[in-house]
Design a protein around this ligand. Sequence first.
Ligand SMILES: *Cc1c(COP(=O)(O)O)cnc(C)c1O
Length: 361
Amino acid sequence: MSEKRVFNFSAGPSILPLEVLKEVQANLIDYKGTGESVMEMSHRSKEYKQIIEDAEADLRKLMGIPDNYKVLFLQGGGTLQFSMVPMNLLRNSKKADYVVSGAWSKKAEKEAEKFGDIKIAADSADRNYAYVPKVTKDDFRADADYVYICFNETIHGNHFNYIPDTGDIPLVCDMSSCILSEEVDVSKFGLIFAGAQKNIAPAGLTIVIIRDDLIGFAADDCPVYLDYKIHAEKDSMYNTPNCWSIYVAGEVFKHILANGGIKPLHETDVKKAGMLYDCIDQSSIFTAAVDKDSRSLMNVDFVSGDPELDKKFVAEARERGMINVNGHRSVGGMRASIFNAMPVEGVEALVKFIKDFEKDQ
Ligand SMILES: *Cc1c(COP(=O)(O)O)cnc(C)c1O
């Protein structure tokens, strides 16, 4: 069996901790003496109940999720949340205000327009999302049902370096590509969601963290799966959840807890991103796509300005065992996604390659 591993800079599905993959491998056929694989296990079995309960408890511990928040394990990706959020949270004025800081918040805003009176409170399209807009309470309609942001724009490589003050208006936040990379005060948000395939687990699982008082407002004709209340009442077991992905997520949570929680992970993330941005800032060929104060720790976007040179860089990186450093098809250039599981050695290898590549031109 081949054990060859590349450095995978994919933006999702993305790299997972090798220790977790090995743990999962060791239990693949006979999960802890049950004689069955988690892939084959009934989601109603007592073994699986333990798996999902542990996963939730560990996530609560890691993020310090207060008791008045429910944790839901859903399917449908971040994309389904673009619909579920307005379908459930447009509950009074049917107004919601969106901050559009990149491709994902743009998609969310477009989808929400189907359901209510949606306003773009601020946007940074003028410079192709090279920064995150600074917003204050005055930017939002006082009667808005919620305010929406995307904390880390995976495609454009930017990140909120602050939590907007929305007063009493619930703040909804897409944390798909930065969850568990930094400590956040969950109580500042009404709802947080994250697709698992960026920083947590295999694709097919979306985690929703929602404050109790925001549950129960879906319309009567809301499709059953799209109502947060159903999932909250049934502890994410209304129907068959993504058992496998929840299991791997749980193993990732255990792994992070065993290594000291989010804080040391964040310190390493800051170090990794710092090494890469420093190298790009000093480069005579490449420039970073995002302003210094808005840069993502997870998705590092850079360009040479010459699409042919970018292509050459991506191809040569692949030859050196560094894959998926190409930018998203909508923006071009390069994007190195350096999620929690990317070892420092992977970033060191990329930095070295950038320097070597530059010398060769
Ligand atoms: C990947 C991503 C999404 C969409 O996720 P899907 O699971 O493909 O629907 C939404 N928001 C952000 C920030 C993402 O990175």
